[in-house]
Design a protein around this ligand. Sequence first.
Ligand code: 1GP
Length: 250
Amino acid sequence: MIGKTETALIERLKTRKALFFVLLDPDSGTVESVVEAGLLAAKHGADALLLGGSFVGNPYFTRIATELKKGTDVPVILFPGGASQVIPGPDAILFTTLLSGRNPQYLIDEQVKGALLVKGLGMEAIPTAYLLVESGRMTAVEYISNTKPLPSDKPGIAAAHAVAAELLGLRWVYLEAGSGAQNPVPPEMVKMVRKATSLKLIVGGGLRKPEDVRDRVLAGADAIVVGNLFEKDRDPALFEAFATAVHTPN
Ligand code: 1GP
């Protein structure tokens, strides 16, 4: 069943070309600094805040979610690297399966471990196929998940994975180059996945300039994720430049 947060996101797509998601890595600073970054992003154009990482070493992770929820109405969505990151507080969870990989732990095992927690918390799940795309050098996701990314110059393989996700009943697909990726997901791949499925399409990893996001939105992305960049530069004007490039790319 499609929940409240997902419905609101889809509704929002009627008033803008794509959605701007800001990823907050709980390990990127103190509780206060991560919350501050999130609230700033929410104030300056983010449509949702994603929270999570390949692994989380911050013991106060839950407090980050609570403080964000207190400070903004922008949805806070868990984007966990595994079942251990399922915590109370966020509005929803990107319930992902690492479909590009062939490691059962991230295809189904972590999901089984987290499923009862998600249900027990009454948390809304947004079923998402997570496709890791080769991006120049090894990323944390590739290393931690022990999976091979999809070749970046073979968009047809990514499209076949997206179609499989659609036939399995998932609703969102996330084309991921990995946080801090050297090369983001190529627009040609975004275009081919867009053509192949009607899934909601998220693109992220290594997007450093408004032009980078504009190209992916024009290629068909429904949502863009930026994380790393805002860990270094929290200028409100930078958030706004990205938000404009995502919302009105033409
Ligand atoms: C990672 O796609 C996100 O999961 C964001 O990547 O940190 O490189 O912006 P960056």
